[in-house]
Ligand binder design. Structure first.
Ligand code: SF4
Length: 674
């Protein structure tokens, strides 16, 4: 194993133990399983059965159902029987929080139970208590006593279990000793795992979810390393980003978290949590796993086989950064790229024959003829790549243009236009910009070692643009970052990612996975997304599937770039929404409410708003939201500032206005358009 993965330079699945969930085998190189969770009331047997069937028909290989109390756990039998009667054998999973009694009933009925180690035994009081070693040992004894009966039942009935840690709901014990850190998440699961192993029960899957992909990815990596060090082997891993939200942002956040791990061969089953109907989560899961061989969608174009890589091995020091702790790679600044500047966005418009001011609207610049001024949005691209084209209109003040070196020679204003070269061209060219020169490199193309970097290494005007035509492109680019570090080359780096996929959903996942995986490790000072000539933007609605609607592909890539930077928390350009996917506990229409809150707050750049379906888990799962809107009873909402309750049981008809009032009181409000 290399640090946390079977290989960091070739695509290779991490070997995990085999778990049996009904007839479904998971882990041990079995295909990456797809699952989702119902949002119906568990007591409504027919609604739950019908929604489960929609999920199964869409491709879910497991369906999770909430069991908040004994009566719902008991009703799982009716749901299971009805599904079997209708010919569906898909394994069911009971989702348990706070109620060991419900877990013990469910484990006798269905194929798998999920417990949250943060709240299975502990009631969270959000208290910071000092635990001595003796206190801590006593706590572990208490958990052992409460958790062992469930382990014994699972063992007796052949039921599988997921120990599912959530970043937002760690126990006070863990919080006091480790804080809400990735290590705290790992230890939370390990406490329960050690108890289960003590009973020789191994039919276990683990997860480390967070709404922040950075925390989530680090926690999984640490968990793998911890299991490997302690047991010499790994249990299968269920991947997910919690409260990812909806639409493009929800998909991007999920793809960054889940995709970054899948790229390194990590993950045996995935669930994408969207604030949408659960059957819509399944196609997103399919798009994520079909990129790799040995999945349900095996053999689709572009999928990755387990092949040994042509990339050079990592040097003996391994990676050039700590994969368990975020730190942005050091680079010097070239103009507004690199150094302490936020990562830039480069819009590729080189396919447009004649770029006009109207085209710039797609990338955040709107020209107002009456005032002869440009309106610049928070998501306006910083650079425009126009290929050979010099533009015949005056540019907005903050926009600069990148052109091929030949065309640049004729550019009228060399403070607005900058040349781009291939790596070999730069050294042989006799004309360079004194300000910024972009130099493109295809990383280890076909395994060829890197060309001589000395012509531009540490040149104070050079921004390196890395891309790869290899199938394991992310690993190739990452390997190049190690090479740069080894050679002490500190130029800023732009990540160039082309997509060969077909649908907007596939492009979105490709861009988010390839660039997100690097940005999460602090690698990259800017991104440029584009389509390869073979790619299409197809939104056909074949086989009943609904695709993301894309009317303007340039706007789509520009927004995707900004959303990737937002999700990796490297550049904040808009409001962030943390909304739960909803489940049988949900007390209001989450999709409708999320849309309503979004429509009145989407101009609040940098403000994090959580919209959670229930008071039982919502507050714990809101992570680091600034404001929370949480269902606390039928027609009742409780409003939070951070983790503090500000207004209890507000009537839902006025709760959105009250939320706005709360944001205003805390001086986080600005009027739209300001
Ligand atoms: S926060 Fe949302 S998804 Fe989680 S238990 Fe409550 S309603 Fe269900």
């Amino acid at each position: 194993m290399q640090l946390y993965s079977a290989s960091l330079t070739s695509y290779k699945r991490l070997k995990t133990s085999e778990v049996k969930i009904g007839d479904l085998l998971l882990g041990n190189n079995h295909p990456i399983r797809i699952q989702t969770m119902t949002t119906t009331d568990t007591m409504d047997t027919i609604a739950t059965v019908e929604q489960s069937i929609r999920c199964i028909e869409a491709g879910a290989e497991m369906v999770r159902i909430t069991a908040p109390s004994k009566k719902e756990a008991e009703n799982l039998l009716n749901i299971k029987n009805e599904l079997r009667k209708r010919g569906y054998k898909t394994p069911l999973v009971a989702d348990i929080h706070f109620t060991p009694n419900a877990a013990e009933i469910a484990a006798r009925i269905i194929e798998k139970v999920r417990v949250n180690p943060g709240n299975y035994v502990d009631k969270k009081k959000f208290e910071l208590i000092e635990y001595t070693d003796a206190d801590y040992a006593e706590e572990i004894e208490r958990i052992t006593e409460r958790f062992t009966p469930l382990v014994k039942i699972c063992k007796e009935y052949g039921t599988a279990m997921r120990i599912g840690t959530n970043h937002g709901s760690l126990s006070d014990r863990i919080m006091s000793r480790y804080g809400d850190t990735p290590m705290g998440m790992v230890e939370s699961a390990m406490e329960f795992l050690r108890i289960a192993r003590g009973e020789s029960y191994h039919n276990i899957v683990l997860s480390m979810k967070s709404s922040n992909p950075l925390v989530m990815v680090q926690a999984y990596r640490l968990l793998i390393q911890t299991m490997q060090n302690e047991f010499g082997s790994c249990y299968p891993l269920h991947l997910g980003v919690t409260e990812a939200g909806d639409g493009e942002d929800g998909r991007i956040k999920s793809a960054i978290g889940i995709g970054s791990l899948l790229e390194d061969g990590i993950g045996d089953t995935i669930r994408v949590s969207l604030t949408e109907d659960p059957e819509f989560e399944v196609p997103v899961c399919k798009d994520l796993v079909k990129r790799y061989a040995n999945s349900q969608e095996d053999g689709k174009s572009g999928s990755r086989e387990e092949v040994s890589s042509s990339l050079p091995d990592l040097p003996t020091f391994g990676l050039s950064y700590n994969p368990f702790e975020y730190k942005r790679r050091f680079s010097f600044a070239v103009d507004n790229i690199g150094g302490h500047h936020v990562p830039v966005v480069i819009a590729d418009m080189s396919n447009i024959q004649k770029i006009t001011p109207q085209h710039l609207q797609s990338i955040g610049y709107t020209y107002d003829e009456a005032t002869d001024k440009w309106n610049i949005s928070d998501s306006a691209a910083d650079y425009l790549f126009s290929g050979e084209q010099l533009l015949d209109f005056s540019l907005p003040g903050t926009l600069k243009v990148i052109v091929y070196a030949n065309a640049w020679k004729n550019a009228p204003d060399k403070t607005k236009y900058f040349p781009i070269y291939s790596d070999s061209e730069f050294g042989s060219s006799d004309m360079h910009s004194p300000l910024i020169n972009f130099v493109m490199m295809d990383c280890f193309n076909g395994g060829a070692s890197v060309t001589d970097l000395s012509a531009f290494a540490n040149d104070a005007s050079v921004v390196i643009c890395l891309s790869s035509t290899n199938k394991n492109a992310m690993q190739s680019v990452r390997r190049m970052f190690v090479e740069l570090a080894e050679k002490k080359i500190n130029n800023p780096v732009i990540l160039i990612t082309d997509s060969y996929w077909q649908t907007p959903d596939e492009h979105l996942i490709h861009f988010a996975t390839e660039t997100g995986a690097l940005m999460l490790d602090g690698l990259g000072d800017g991104i440029c997304l584009g389509y390869n000539s073979k790619a299409k933007m197809e939104t056909s609605k074949t086989s009943g599937r609904t695709y993301l609607e894309v009317k303007d592909s340039y706007q789509f890539t520009n927004n995707t770039a900004f959303s990737i930077l937002q999700a990796t928390r490297s550049r904040i350009s808009k409001t962030e929404y943390i909304s739960c996917p909803s489940c049988g506990r949900t007390l209001f229409d989450l999709q409708e409410t999320t849309a309503k809150i979004r429509s009145v707050t989407n101009h609040l750049k940098g403000v994090k708003i959580a919209i959670m379906g229930c008071i039982v888990n919502g507050p714990g799962e809101m992570a680091d939201a600034d404001f929370g809107y949480v269902g606390s009873g039928p027609g009742k909402i409780t409003l939070y500032k951070g983790k503090e309750v500000i207004k209890r049981n507000v009537d839902s008809t006025i709760a959105v206005e009250e939320l706005i009032g709360l944001i205003k009181e805390n001086e986080a409000w600005v009027e739209p358009g300001q």
